[in-house]
Design a protein around this ligand. Structure first.
Ligand code: MGP
Length: 337
């Protein structure tokens, strides 16, 4: 995989018309890397100003977790930083006990909001994915609190990290600063589908190149393993042990913000090199159906394979990553970077 030259800013490489179109679709579209250009920063400051003033004691407790020199990245106070199980809400306790698997540097002050706690990719898994995706520019379409973006920053020259939540982007940048990689990541507050459509509206030769797209979308909340069976909507089946032949396997229509197949097809127009992070019981027939029929049934050249990598932690299967294009071992020659 060739490394591309590191650009100053991905957003600034886009023409004004695309930025306009992004803003029209998502009023908060902004690059949050540079303090001056943060559209949401003023609003955030106003929100903070309306919250009750902390007591003296509390003030000491929420002093910047990042320490002096890092104030502009510090998101201390946006969400609680838990040190002891007794302070953690009941619904988050099981994730808190795994905190050092999520971020090995958790104790240095990593911050997660509720969605982050249950959906961040554990660091060891994120590192494996990032190694496979080693390239020039990787786009992390659903950055969340930054688990994958931080891992990509260790293997790729540049990371474009997109999320619709300003809070989560700030937490991601804070966490990236703890890992010392914040300057390799460009955090963009936007809706990925609007972003992708605006990007694709550019003439091909003027688009800043994106080598790899990583998709780790919302799966439908913490109950993603519990699926209503379609033929009997009143029956709930626990599918945590299901395989892809079970009627309870996870279907791509449960992904948000758009159907998982549509999300994939949109991303494939950006690059053939896609890594798609999905539930352990995802319906593999559906995954195979993501490729055009000719490419998978021997009727067209080149044949394309999909590689499914299981992500285990100890004895537990956590999720799978589906690789496409040149990310599949042995397929680089059909899909050069
Ligand atoms: P889990 O099944 O909720 O956790 O998520 P665990 O600890 O295996 O649960 P248990 O009840 O079986 O013990 C497993 C992993 O899936 C998490 O660590 C996340 O990396 C990932 N994950 C979970 N959710 C709900 C999401 C999601 O909505 N989106 C994405 N992208 N990843 C998720």
């Amino acid at each position: 995989m060739g490394k591309s030259k590191r650009p100053n800013s991905f957003l600034s490489g886009l023409p004004a018309s695309v930025l306009e179109s992004l803003r029209a679709n998502q009023p908060n579209t902004a690059n949050i890397n540079n303090g001056q250009s943060v559209i949401g920063q003023k609003r955030l400051a106003e929100e903070l100003a309306t919250t009750p003033l902390p007591s003296k004691k509390r003030k000491v407790a929420i002093e910047g977790l990042l320490g002096p020199g890092y104030e502009k990245y510090d998101a201390t106070g946006l969400v609680p930083f838990y040190r002891k199980p007794k302070d953690v809400p009941e619904n988050l306790k099981k994730y808190f006990y795994q905190r050092e698997r999520l971020f090995s540097l958790y104790d240095e002050g990593c911050l997660l909001d509720e969605e982050g706690w249950y959906s961040v990719t554990p660091e060891a898994i994120a590192d494996v994915i990032a190694e496979r995706c080693r390239c020039g520019i990787v786009l992390d379409a659903f950055c969340g609190v930054g688990g994958n973006a931080i891992a990509f920053a260790k293997t790729c020259e540049r990371v474009i990290a997109i999320d619709t939540s300003e809070t989560r982007l700030r937490l991601a940048r804070h966490n990236a600063a703890i890992y010392g990689v914040e300057d390799r990541i460009e955090f963009i507050l936007a809706d990925y589908t609007s972003f992708a459509k605006a990007y694709l509206s550019l003439p091909k030769n003027t688009r800043p190149k994106i080598d790899v797209v990583f998709l780790s979308p919302p799966w439908g909340g913490i109950d993603y393993t519990v699926s209503p069976v379609k033929k009997n909507a009143s029956t709930i089946v626990d599918v945590s042990e299901a395989d892809d032949t079970d009627e309870g396997s996870y279907n791509l229509d449960r992904i948000s913000p758009i159907h998982g197949k549509e999300l994939f097809l949109l991303s494939r127009r950006i690059t053939p090199h896609i890594a798609y992070f999905l539930p352990k019981h995802v319906n593999l027939q559906e995954i195979s159906g993501l490729l055009p029929a000719g490419a998978r049934d021997g009727k067209a050249e080149p044949q394309e394979k999909i590689e499914i990598q299981e992500a285990w932690m100890g004895t537990k299967l956590k999720a799978v990553t589906c690789y496409f294009g040149g990310l599949v071992d042995g397929q680089e020659k059909f899909h050069p970077f």
